[in-house]
Write a protein that binds this ligand. Structure first.
Ligand code: HEM
Length: 329
């Protein structure tokens, strides 16, 4: 026992003063990220006068304005600002892009839902850019995102540290214990979701979370729960809705046979080999334009049918029309 303690202590001691290849690489990366951020912050500080809210209204601008206005002890340090930027980038960027990846995968398989979502998008926005008023009306898309977050929550485990001894149901939890809450298990439990718990069925969210969870909303927590839940929830949902709206306005897609289904936990649950898609038809807008050009040309040709010389010229310029093949624009 004594020897074990000595070996363990020696190991801890050595690992503090000696670094292996991974430690060195990780220090290098951390310094690189820190330097990059200092560069961005300094550039922003140089660009502005520092008066009023002149550092800008984006996230970095708000932090710099807050630092300027705060009294002495409450001032954010440069390190605080760098840490905040890292947190928001880390918590906000990967999560939302992974949500979009899983959603596009599911819509590529369930093309009936892809069509429903596109119908809704075209009804609300046509080919115009999404507006905040319209985003609030995307009911079908909301159901699709809810179901995707149920099946593939990017963060699959929540952790809480027990501050003092508490009773949790039949269990007594001692202080300082870490409790892991497995989102995936909750989100896939047939007792809560029914027999089709493992299937993609956005319809289950048609009447909201309480109905979908049989009045047990704490069983659905892709953004966490309680006072420390995700602060970026609304931002992420709006961002994802804008992106998916614009994707659906321009593309139809199906799954490539080369796609390999392999969800992997690397900080977040992500598709290990990405999501490979086929554009099942070309850009919808381009198709519309193609059709318009085709119709116009056909009309011109019809009008000139009696005029042999002009007709010949037209046939020469647009040979694909004579073949009755599809136009290639
Ligand atoms: C689909 C996208 C997202 C998902 C699924 C997600 C999920 C989560 C989850 C599960 C937590 C832990 C909550 C808890 O422990 O109860 C969390 C925390 C957090 N999220 Fe998100 N998040 C997303 C997007 C974002 C975005 C876009 C931002 C920032 C712009 C963000 C910022 C944060 C921050 C700062 C925390 C820590 C909150 C705290 O500890 O008080 N998240 N998120």
């Amino acid at each position: 026992m004594g020897i074990c303690v000595i070996i363990y202590s020696l190991n801890v001691f050595c690992s503090r003063i000696l670094k292996n290849g991974d430690d060195v690489e990780s220090d290098k990366l951390e310094k690189g990220i820190g330097d990059l951020m200092v560069g961005i912050i300094q550039k922003r500080e140089k660009l502005t006068t520092g008066e009023g809210n002149s550092y800008g209204s984006d996230f970095l601008g708000l932090l710099l304005n807050a630092r300027k206005d705060a009294p002495g002890n409450y001032k954010l340090s440069l390190k605080d600002i760098i840490d905040e930027c890292k947190t928001f980038y880390g918590a906000g960027q990967g999560t939302t892009s992974i949500l979009l990846s899983w959603t596009v995968l599911l819509l590529a398989i369930h093309t009936d839902w892809q069509d429903k979502a596109r119908e809704e998008v075209l009804r609300i926005f046509g080919q115009q850019n999404p507006t905040s008023e319209g985003i609030a009306r995307l009911r079908t898309m909301n159901m699709i995102f809810s179901e995707t977050l149920r099946l593939y929550p990017p963060a699959d485990v929540l952790t809480r540290k027990v501050q003092r001894k508490v009773r949790l149901g039949k269990l007594i939890l001692p202080a300082n214990m870490n409790v892991n809450i497995p989102l995936l298990a909750l989100h896939h439990d047939p007792k809560i979701w029914g027999k089709d718990a493992h299937l993609f069925n956005p319809e289950r969210f048609s009447e909201g979370v309480p109905k979908a969870t049989s009045n047990n909303p704490a069983a659905y927590i892709p953004f966490g729960l309680g006072p420390r839940n995700c602060v970026g929830m609304n931002f992420a949902t709006n961002e994802a809705k804008i992106a998916l709206t614009m994707i659906l306005q321009h593309y139809k897609f199906t799954l490539s046979p080369n796609y390999i289904h392999s969800p992997i936990h690397m900080v977040l649950v992500r598709p290990q080999h990405g999501v490979r898609l086929f554009k099942s038809s070309d850009d919808i807008e381009a198709k519309k334009i193609e059709q318009e050009i085709y119709d116009t040309l056909m009309a011109i040709i019809k009008k000139n049918e009696g005029d042999d010389k002009r007709s010949r010229q037209l046939w020469k310029r647009f040979p694909w029309i004579t073949n009755k093949s599809k136009p290639r624009c």
